[in-house]
Design a protein around this ligand. Structure first.
Ligand SMILES: [Zn+2]
Length: 421
């Protein structure tokens, strides 16, 4: 370990939530109100291997990012913000350290200056959730590797989603069987260990490796299930994961991308789905176990109603057609959707005199306005849209045979505007 590198306390003890460390470097970050702080040791896991960094506090200030430098130094981005120094001082005082942190030297709170001892606390809820999800990923990837020979080619663990990509595809049944097998590993509550095997052991050890890793190789073992090179914190026994769910499977890059949820996140998603199921059950007045049937029945009813409405609209159109005058015809109808409306315009056009004429169907009502379709025979239908635009500010246009658009006006205003055409 060189002089610049930070001792990674999470490596030996992933359950360490608080620690004290010596500040070795501190400088203002590019963004205002942020300080980059390097310490001699840290329990903060930096972003890496597809996993988001730990959050928490350093000397009472929020830690918003953690990155591992090539030289092994762990850089904490500390948010001092406006009044951040005072907040940090208060938190520091409660912790019994750095009570005078309110002093700021060169934009850096005194509590964060090199040589100071700082107290760090990681956001344990966030970290433990990451540990549950990361370990769950090892189990799923290990099982798929053992059973199907798939390799994990991508892993993403953010606060919003957990995905893992493999270079092979499974059927729905195989995915459900995989999920069950992964949960059986949880129930067996087997140990999860991390160690640095020596060169001799590495010769013979079979392990998965996501990518080349610099320095000594850390191998994480889920007993009887998986060996994988990994530097992240994991739970120490699989029972702590609680529940592993595969919630989405997409074809991806010749293989598949699984969206997974483990532990607290899996529980939260089940609770959310439970609430959804209860709501649908209530709305459809059916038992929760039968909401899919109830939804299918409702859709069938909606489809039947739509069919009924189409028939009624066709009858309404027929009545309008039969009562239309011989010359220009302007029809107003509240209930008419666009397909029967267009069919009615075509039928009205056919009835127009050989010498030429115009017709139009206005669907809607006074107040909310009308959607119109107009046609012509031996006359340009665009004169209708042109007149409505010019007199009533209507929108729309089209071809000489047919125009369509909308107009915010009353039936009386529209008929007046069209009366001299
Ligand atoms: Zn891992």
């Amino acid at each position: 370990m060189n002089a610049m590198s930070t001792e990674r306390l999470y490596d030996a003890d992933p359950y360490l939530r608080a620690f004290d460390a010596l500040v070795t470097e501190a400088c203002p970050a590019d963004a205002a109100g942020k300080i980059l702080v390097v310490t001699d040791r840290t329990a903060f896991f930096p972003e890496g291997g597809g996993q988001s960094p730990d959050g928490g506090t350093l000397a009472g200030f929020p830690v918003t990012d953690v990155q591992l430098r090539p030289d092994g130094g762990v850089v904490h981005t500390v948010e001092i913000g406006q009044g951040g120094a005072a907040a940090g001082a208060a938190a520091g005082a409660t912790a019994g350290a750095n009570a005078e942190a309110a002093a700021v030297a060169g934009g850096i709170p005194e509590a964060l200056l090199p040589g100071q001892t700082v107290h760090g606390e990681i956001d344990w809820g966030h970290r433990f959730s990451n540990m549950q999800n990361h370990t769950g990923e090892h189990i799923l990837s290990g099982l798929m590797h053992g059973q199907y020979g798939f390799d994990n080619i991508g892993f993403h663990l953010s606060d919003n989603s957990v995905t893992l990509d493999v270079n092979g595809h499974l059927t729905d049944e195989q995915v459900r069987a995989l999920e069950t097998a992964a949960n059986e590993v949880v129930w067996r509550n087997v140990p999860v260990t991390a160690r640095y095997p020596d060169a001799a052991e590495l010769e013979t050890l079979v392990y998965r490796s996501k990518k080349e890793i610099d320095g000594p190789l850390r191998v994480v073992t889920v007993e009887g299930v998986d060996n994988c090179a990994c530097c992240a914190p994991h739970v120490s026994r699989t029972g702590e994961i609680g529940l592993i769910r595969i919630v989405r499977v997409l074809r991806y890059a010749g293989g598949m991308r699984l969206t997974i949820l483990c532990g607290r996140r899996a529980l939260a998603s089940v609770q959310s789905m439970q609430a959804q199921a209860e709501a649908v059950s209530h709305l459809t007045n059916s038992p929760q176990e039968q909401i899919a049937d109830a939804a299918a029945r409702l859709l069938a009813e909606v489809e039947a109603e739509r069919h009924h409405v189409r028939e009624l609209e066709e009858r309404i159109a027929q009545i309008h057609l039969e009562s239309a005058p011989g010359g220009n015809a302007w029809v107003f109808e509240k209930h008419l959707s666009v397909l029967p409306q267009r069919a009615l315009v075509n039928a009205l056009c056919d009835r127009l005199p050989e010498g030429g004429g115009l017709c139009g169907v206005f669907a809607g009502e006074d107040g909310s306005g009308y959607m119109y379709i107009a046609g012509g025979r031996g006359a340009d239908a665009r004169t209708v849209s042109g007149r409505l635009r010019e007199r009533l500010g209507a929108k729309g246009g089209g071809r000489p045979e047919m125009v369509q658009g909308s107009v915010q006006a009353s039936k009386e205003e529209i008929l007046r505007a069209l009366s001299e055409l």
